[in-house]
Design a protein around this ligand. Sequence first.
Ligand code: FES
Length: 111
Amino acid sequence: MSNSSSISKAELIAAFSLTAGATAVGILVYQTFFSKSKCSKPKVNLDLQKDNPKVVHAFDIEDLGDKAVYCRCWRSKKFPYCDGAHTKHNQETGDNVGPLIIKRKERGRGE
Ligand code: FES
């Protein structure tokens, strides 16, 4: 029989378990609602230039030629140009992405 001033081994284990459980719930709540490093939405860019904070490409219009085809699925090995990888991505995922095609307007006669 224990007296009122001492803590039994069972009470100590129960207190430790309660503290550990409360800590785990606190960490989970923090990660879910307050942590900026964890994003639940899927990423578009899986592996291109991940060391850059933002992937940007710029081209002069005069240098585009008659036609330029740019990747919008982020799966091309020639990114930012389309290499047809969107076809495999669409087949595997059921997605429907395709390239951005910029082409010079054919000029009619008299223009
Ligand atoms: S490879 Fe990405 S749109 Fe074609």
